[in-house]
Design a protein around this ligand. Structure first.
Ligand SMILES: C[S@@+](CC[C@H](N)C(=O)[O-])C[C@H]1O[C@@H](n2cnc3c(N)ncnc32)[C@H](O)[C@@H]1O
Ligand SMILES: [Zn+2]
Length: 403
């Protein structure tokens, strides 16, 4: 039975995935669809995040099939409940969903949405602080298979509690929208929150993912857990990572071994990864002092086989954003094993005083020269390659001169 509920703010019913939910009517709050932070309504709701929610449904469906058992999911910052309701309906084999929000309007609206979808038997909803909810479920028998942290801004305040409440083999999904710190606009805030120095480079979105990943690894390690990153992406105004944990000191130590630094030469564009910072950081190519980002994750941020399974899953459902999902997943699969960092063709052209050129022809030119080269989802004009910076620049000059 649906609870008696009347929102005391303008609201409307929307359909997303397989569910219908009541959400704030954003037009009444002066929010236009292109706004990325429609937080002017009493309850947060962002239609742009449908893509993020669709992907999460796909990832959790694949995860559930991989672990071959019924799973429990916790989303402790649920707002109107759309995510949790979708997980309960669209992910097979879910036996328990725990949702919570600290905003009373959000809690009331989520309660209505749970009832509207007849999910009272599957979803427990609380009106409590996310850390309380997670810590109250940290006892071994209460822990979750999947925890989704989808906060305003940084997820860092919730990570410790989330790992405490995650089962061995569990999956944690984390969104971060505080890209100004992570991309180096507010570097001190990034060091404070994530424990690593960012760097304002053309590949700052990849650095953002790696800084978040390293923070996750270090939080997990404190609880003797190792982490494997299954899927990571940067889309719209946020980054998101999905990581599977394994209990054990050795696993934690192994993960920590993949935390290091990226050195970058702003003069010749050379970049390299190191495990420790030592010496004077002089560029081996041009002799100028390099800058660095880190500590950050220098291991793999994507698992090609897992992404393949998510790609297949996307063909079994009919989400509105199917084509965009297909594109993102195939791009990420192709770059899953590509070198760390990328070049943005326009930036390199500008530096070399060359006219802009086609990304595809640049990729082909590098491949014809015997190097690996792929486009990256991080930037539509970005390429990842193992060609040294000098070769990359020479190839670009030759390409532009030929065309
Ligand atoms: C970005 S919104 C969540 C959006 C939602 N996951 C979705 O997909 O639409 C973040 C939510 O966290 C809630 N929140 C903020 N701090 C919290 C806390 N300490 N504990 C629980 N909820 C909190 C806010 O009220 C807000 O509804
Ligand atoms: Zn250099």
């Amino acid at each position: 039975m649906v609870d008696e509920y009347t929102a005391d703010f303008p609201s409307e019913v929307i359909k997303e995935g397989k569910v219908e939910v009541l959400v704030p009517k954003l037009s009444a709050f002066g929010v236009v669809p292109s706004d990325y932070a429609p937080s002017r309504a009493p309850v947060f709701y962002n239609p742009v995040m449908e893509f993020n929610r669709d992907l999460s449904v796909l990832v959790f469906r694949v995860y559930q099939r991989l672990v071959k058992r019924e799973i429990s999911i916790c989303e402790p910052l649920t707002s109107q409940g759309i995510r949790g309701v979708r997980y309960a309906v669209e992910v097979e084999g879910v036996n328990r969903v725990l949702l919570s929000d600290i905003n009373h309007h959000a809690y009331e609206l989520a309660r209505y949405n749970v009832g509207r979808n007849n999910l009272q038997d599957k979803i427990v909803l609380e009106y409590r602080d996310a850390n309380c909810v997670l810590n109250c479920n940290a006892a071994p028998k209460k822990r979750f298979d999947v925890i989704d942290i989808d906060p305003f801004g940084t997820p860092v305040p919730y990570l410790d509690s989330a790992f405490r409440a995650l089962k061995n083999g569990g999956l944690i999904a984390v969104t971060a929208t505080d890209l100004a710190p992570l991309c180096g606009v507010h570097a001190k805030a990034c060091v404070r929150k994530y424990g690593g120095k960012p760097m304002r480079t053309e590949y700052c979105h990849e650095l953002a993912v790696r800084l978040l990943a390293s923070c996750i690894v270090q939080v997990a390690a404190k609880q003797d857990m190792g982490v494997k990153f299954l899927f990571s992406h940067s889309s719209d105004h946020y980054i998101r990572v999905y990581a599977q944990v394994s209990y054990g000191c050795q696993r934690a130590d192994d993960s920590l071994k993949k935390v290091g630094y990226i050195l970058h030469c702003f003069n010749c564009l050379h970049r390299e990864t190191v495990h420790q910072l030592s010496g004077s950081l002089v560029c081996p190519e041009c002799g100028i002092k390099m800058d660095y980002a880190g500590p950050l994750w220098i291991g793999s941020i994507n698992d090609a086989a897992f992404i393949d399974a998510v790609f297949v899953e996307n063909n079994m459902v009919t989400f509105r954003g199917k084509l965009r999902l297909d594109k993102l997943l195939s791009q990420i699969k192709s770059e899953a094993e590509a070198p760390i960092t990328y070049y943005v063709v326009d930036n390199v052209c500008k530096k070399l005083c060359l006219p802009a050129t086609s990304v595809q022809s640049f990729v082909s030119a590098l491949q014809n020269g015997g190097y690996r080269a792929v486009q990256t989802h991080f930037n539509t004009r970005g390429i990842k390659t193992d060609a040294p910076a000098a070769v990359m620049q020479k190839t670009l000059k030759q390409l532009v001169c030929r065309t």
